[in-house]
Ligand binder design. Structure first.
Ligand SMILES: [Fe+2]
Length: 309
């Protein structure tokens, strides 16, 4: 098997201000599939084409933002090994018991120098995607409700010390750098895009003074037409849109950024190229990040740099 170690982004737990309003938005407008609720009051969703029980969890709070972002690893032995590797690197970990998150096995959690909580886990109940495993069709009823993204694809997190964060992802977790934006000094990295797979990013970070901030969780669409249709649906429901539809220079992804009712930014996107770990990382200079962010308009949108939750 070629893929070992950390496989993919698995779940994000996001804080929302009014749970009922958020559930209605994520279910009916974004078109996620509700899969459960727990005794802590959390509501669980998955994207229609995801096969595991949950990928996006809402928790009511008086402050928006992200509680944690989790990656699925190959198996329990891999989880044990990665925990040992993190500890040997000097990173404290703690175990959360199986079932603490619905239909999810034991999780290993640690805090990044950027202030973000990251989790690894090996087990989550497979519930399927609503399409039979024998003679499957290409889509199902859940794929046509609301924006209906295919999967939770990646996140962009804002916080301090991303040089240290990069080392942890590269040296311990087996990620590689795909693209980066240099800081004003031309040497430091202001933002980094990291992959554990063949995807152009599984997680990204931008240097920011305040720790633990969420820039966006991103949801994958199947086509540019589906991204444009997402924009139509956002407008029909008066969803506040930040940027797009447009194409990033960074990653070549085609995107719309918008905000949920609590002020958490999310992205609906498609495209990008497929890197391999032996590729040389691509670099954007500080003065040209406008093009990196919005290739057609070459515009450094102020909100992208300053609005986080
Ligand atoms: Fe993104």
């Amino acid at each position: 098997m070629a893929m070992t170690g950390v496989l993919r982004p698995g779940h994000a737990q996001v804080r929302v201000l009014e749970l009922d309003k958020a559930v209605t938005f994520y279910r009916d407008v974004l078109g996620l599939v509700e899969t459960g609720r727990d005794d802590q009051g959390r509501v669980y969703f998955k994207c229609w084409d995801e096969r595991d029980h949950n990928s996006y969890i809402l928790r009511e709070s008086d402050q928006a933002g992200i509680d944690f972002f989790g990656f699925k690893v190959l198996d329990e032995a891999t989880l044990d090994q990665l925990e040992k590797d993190l500890n040997a690197y000097g990173i404290e970990t703690r175990r959360l018991p199986a079932g603490d998150l619905l239909e999810t096995g034991e999780r290993v959690r640690f805090t990044l120098p950027s202030g973000h909580e990251i989790e690894l886990y090996a087990t989550k109940t497979a519930v399927g995607n609503g399409i039979p495993a024998v003679n499957p069709g290409p889509w199902c009823a859940d794929s046509e409700r609301g924006i209906a993204p295919v999967r939770l694809d990646h996140t962009l997190l804002y916080g301090p010390n991303i040089a240290e964060v990069k080392k942890i992802f590269e040296d311990v977790l087996g990620f590689y750098l795909v693209e980066r934006v240099l800081g004003e000094d031309g040497e430091s990295e202001a933002a980094i895009w990291l992959s554990c797979s063949h995807k152009v990013h599984d997680i990204a970070f931008a240097e920011y003074p305040e720790p633990g901030k969420l820039h966006h969780c991103s949801f994958l669409m199947e086509s540019w037409e589906r991204v444009l249709r997402a924009g139509d649906i956002m407008s029909m429901h008066q969803v506040p849109v930040d940027i797009g539809p447009t194409r990033h220079g960074v990653t070549r992804g085609c995107t719309i950024y918008a905000w949920d009712p609590s002020g958490n930014r999310f992205e609906t996107f498609m495209g990008g190229y497929q890197p391999y770990p032996d590729y040389e990382p691509l670099t954007w200079t500080f003065d040209n990040f406008g093009q990196g962010l919005d290739y057609p308009q070459r515009k450094l949108h102020e909100t992208f740099l300053t609005v986080v939750s």
